[in-house]
Ligand binder design. Structure first.
Ligand code: MG
Length: 445
């Protein structure tokens, strides 16, 4: 099935994501940008190069001046759009989806993804095939696609302090778009770099999402090499997960929590605002508030976070899925930005990642479920949940998310089974379970 959403277009290459879909979306995007300057790159999937060829043809036929970065992370495309004063960017990737998938991500001139209204305009051009084909198309290959991005990241941290530490670092790029640029960045920061799964010519060696279950090799390598930290990316290198000293893969939530804690500690800016999405753990919220910052929560979807960061001039923001957005470096989730900030934090604090994580606030997640196989039962349960929480701060983007003083509750219908899932986050495992079970009793009298 072809998925068209605020995150772009995704499908299985050559099945739902046909060459015609790619060609027409490229023509629609070039028409939308009036054939301006467009930065293009791909991740390392087997189908990416083929799809890029089609995309270049579509953009070219509508008069675009294309700058081809070759294989590059999504955040590098976002950065280069601004750096080169381009009108937009197009990234060929299906992010963390499995290898047979691919997709297109659309970036506007300020280095942020198209928002829902802008995607609506693009989809309308695509649906009606209202393409303005014209002459004047050009394709230029960028000889040094990574340098400007790396330099910006390095210049935005205390690089000499990091270099003095000569950190031993392993990184697992899942053989994706981060494979080469990540090694280059870490070397520039004086690290002893041990690449793992950093060959863009090889397929993904494990599940594409940088969640602990997929990081067994990285844990082993960090332990074996006695490295101070392991970094893991997804195939388009916007998300960053950590393996700490000793070789333990920790929740992706800690990446943003540490980055936020560090940036607020060193920031002299009086504008202490942190923007995170609704599903980000309270760990980050607590860390930000403890540092005197105001926390703004947005709807789920990176563009909502990035637009809010820009609007309120937040010092940092992002998503709990390992998505650090540090506007001094980039206004997109950027694993390279995340790595540099965390290395700087290690250098400044003179602490190991395990010590930094042990000092973070603790939250526990309990998962419960409610059977609703009877006719209309799911709707009834969701209606009573809305009634129960009518006086609380709730978000209805995806089921019902309720913010409580010391945790949160998320009630959402399963997409695959006749059940409603209850996620309860609290300060203790017992409290998380108790809150969820009390709610289950109220929802299922
Ligand atoms: Mg991604």
């Amino acid at each position: 099935m072809l998925k068209i959403s605020v995150s772009g277009v995704r499908g299985i290459a050559n099945e739902s994501l046909t060459p015609e879909v790619c060609l027409n979306f490229a023509k629609a995007f070039s028409t939308y940008l009036k054939g301006g300057k467009i930065v293009v790159a791909t991740d390392t999937r087997a189908s990416s190069e083929f799809i890029k060829g089609i995309v270049l043809q579509g953009l070219f036929s509508c008069g675009a001046k294309i700058i081809d970065l070759g294989i590059a992370p999504t955040p590098t495309v976002g950065f280069m759009v601004r750096e080169l004063k381009a009108d937009g960017g197009l990234m060929v990737t299906a992010s963390h989806n499995p290898a047979q998938w691919n997709g297109l991500k659309f970036i506007r001139e300020d280095g942020i993804f198209l928002n829902a209204a802008q995607m609506g305009e693009l989809i309308s051009l695509y649906d009606k095939k209202e393409f303005i084909e014209k002459k004047g198309g050009q394709v230029k290959h960028h000889a040094k696609p990574y340098d400007a991005h790396i330099n910006r990241v390095v210049r935005s941290v205390k690089a000499s302090l990091i270099r003095q530490m000569k950190f031993k670092v392993v990184y697992d790029a899942v053989n994706g778009a981060g494979s080469l640029i990540t090694g280059m960045l870490l070397k520039k920061l004086g690290c002893q770099v041990i690449p793992l799964h950093a060959d863009p010519k090889q397929p993904f060696p494990h599940g594409a999402e940088p969640t602990p279950i997929n990081l067994v090799d990285l844990c082993e390598k960090v332990k074996q090499e006695k490295a101070v930290i392991g970094f893991a990316q997804d195939p388009d290198a916007d998300r960053l997960a950590l393996v700490i000293d000793g070789g333990e893969a920790v929740s992706e939530e800690y990446t943003l929590a540490l980055a936020v804690q560090h940036v607020l500690a060193r920031s002299l800016s009086s504008n202490r605002i942190v923007v995170i999405n609704l599903s980000t753990s309270k760990i980050t919220e607590d860390v930000a508030k403890a540092a005197g910052a105001v926390v703004v929560r947005t709807k789920i979807g990176e563009v909502h976070v990035a637009e809010e960061i820009k609007k309120v001039k937040a010092v940092i923001g992002g998503e709990g899925n390992g998505g650090v957005i540090y506007p001094k470096m980039n206004i997109m989730r950027d694993s390279l930005a995340g790595m540099a900030l965390i290395l700087e934090m290690l250098a400044v604090s003179q602490k190991n990642p395990s010590e930094l994580i042990a000092a973070l606030p603790k939250y526990y997640l309990y998962k419960g479920k409610l059977d609703c196989s009877g006719a209309g039962q799911m709707e009834k349960i969701m209606e009573s949940a809305i009634e129960i929480f009518k006086d609380e701060t709730v978000d209805l983007t995806d089921g019902i998310k309720v913010y409580l003083p010391n945790g949160s509750l998320h009630v959402r219908p399963s997409n695959t089974e006749p059940i409603v899932r209850i996620f309860s986050e609290a300060k203790s495992a017992e409290k998380a379970r108790q809150t969820a079970e009390e709610l289950i009793v109220r929802l299922n009298p």
